[in-house]
Design a binder for this molecule. Sequence first.
Ligand code: FES
Length: 143
Amino acid sequence: MNPAPSNKTCSSHTEVVLSEDVRQENDTHQNEVRHEDYEVRIEPDGVTIRIPHGAQLLKGLRDHYYGRDGRGAFPGCRSGGCGYCKASLVKGSIDHKSTYSKGALKDDEREHGYILMCQSYVLSDMVIWLLPQENPFLRWRRK
Ligand code: FES
């Protein structure tokens, strides 16, 4: 059994001192939470993949979705510039970074639940809806 943390009190403040055992237990718990995998359901295909907590959503799809079962490889820029990875976040939580082109994701799209998967980091189980997208390199070649 781990000793409980002790409180040392003086007139101006209270200091909580944790024993080494309690610190290790806390660190172990934080590591367990940090490494939790989440289920990401990809619609309209109905495919479910698992992505670790805090991992980039697009990397998860590139590792487990694109290039498999007859799907093509992911052709987008992976850096917030092209909009190919735009999807609708139907359910779940993400950390969405703010460094991307407003041409790739407009402010009103962001307010209505659209995300760029290359800018999104997974914080929970989720459901996303992939939009029909034109390969950006084919579009560029046509110009
Ligand atoms: S892959 Fe180009 S914006 Fe995300």
